[in-house]
Design a protein around this ligand. Structure first.
Ligand code: SF4
Ligand SMILES: [Zn+2]
Length: 295
């Protein structure tokens, strides 16, 4: 078990505070988040690492681990940026909201955040990994979750901890809800998506391009679900077509087994279509096909 410097504590108001943000010595009026013991701030020296020490002299491993856990949560809450599972990889996203120690009925999560109307869970590993029972509950909540492992590292400053938090090598995907969403969305698209006929190797009335597009464009477009030689299923107007209870699933878009936020999908579609279109025009195949309207 790794013993850490105590870099974070609770001030007189019970607020989580960093060693360099409090007065030196006993004047810091801080207590240990684990044992509640009084702390002394040692933050004056230039050579020694700034840290808290228990007035009693008893700096236990347990107290140091709780302090690290507290600091890590505070850093992520301040940064408002979390790692999330995205198409099987770790991606970092700004959050719209973030809460520490969120009680969710049957579990408490270290951090609970929202990005573009989708919830995410972030767990910090200092002493205990998320066990099977908690993982099952996370899956029942259908919320993607990651675990950041800080257990066997030593840190001398907040910056050290921050670097480790945002290092993908320290992050494990606990549960990725994308797989469920992909199959759910495909099911919805197949039932409710616009069925458009393929004619002359393409779609005559693409609602996105407001023009004829070759069928290969649909294959790449984020709105496309399924194609065969005769029809495609286009999901562009899905949010309008769906019943309110199904509309949540349109907060994400799916293409070729990729999940995207609407903002990512917009970028993806525009860059992809733009490139393809330039190629097509360059080769003189469909010079008349210009997008007349964007999102
Ligand atoms: S799937 Fe995309 S490219 Fe195909 S018709 Fe729909 S919007 Fe147009
Ligand atoms: Zn303590």
């Amino acid at each position: 078990m790794t013993k850490h410097y105590i870099l974070q504590a609770l001030n007189a108001d019970g607020k989580s505070v960093y060693i360099d943000d409090v007065p030196n010595g006993k004047n810091c009026a801080c207590t240990c988040a684990e044992c509640g013991g009084k702390l002394i701030a040692k933050n004056k020296g230039r050579i020694k690492v700034h840290h808290f020490a228990h007035e009693s002299g008893n700096d236990s491993i347990r107290c140091s681990q709780t302090a690290l856990h507290l600091l890590a949560k505070e850093i992520i809450a301040e940064e408002k940026r979390i790692p999330i599972p995205r198409n099987g990889q770790i991606d970092f996203h700004q959050t719209d909201s973030i809460e520490q120690e969120k009680f969710m009925g049957d579990i408490v999560t270290d951090l609970y955040a929202n990005c573009e109307n989708r919830p995410y869970i972030v767990e910090i590993l200092v002493t205990h990994e998320v066990d099977e029972e908690k993982l099952q509950k996370i899956m029942q909540h259908k919320i993607s979750a990651v675990e950041i492992d800080l257990s066997d590292k030593t840190f001398e400053s907040k910056e050290d901890v921050k670097v480790a938090i945002y290092n993908p090598q320290n992050i494990k995907i606990l549960y990725d809800d994308d797989t469920r969403l992909i199959s759910e969305r495909k099911e919805i698209l197949l039932n409710y998506g616009l069925k458009l006929k393929v004619a002359r190797g393409g779609i005559v009335g693409c609602p996105y391009a407001r023009a004829y597009v070759p069928q290969e464009f649909c294959r790449e477009c984020v709105f496309c679900c399924k194609e065969d030689s005769e029809n495609i299923r286009c999901g562009i107007s899905l949010p309008l077509l769906l019943k309110p209870e199904l509309q949540n699933t349109t907060n994400i878009l799916v293409n070729q087994n990729k999940v995207m936020f609407p903002s990512e999908a917009k970028q993806y579609n525009e860059s992809h279509f733009g490139w393809k279109m330039r190629q097509a025009v360059k080769h003189g195949i469909m010079a008349q096909m210009m997008f007349s309207r964007r999102w």
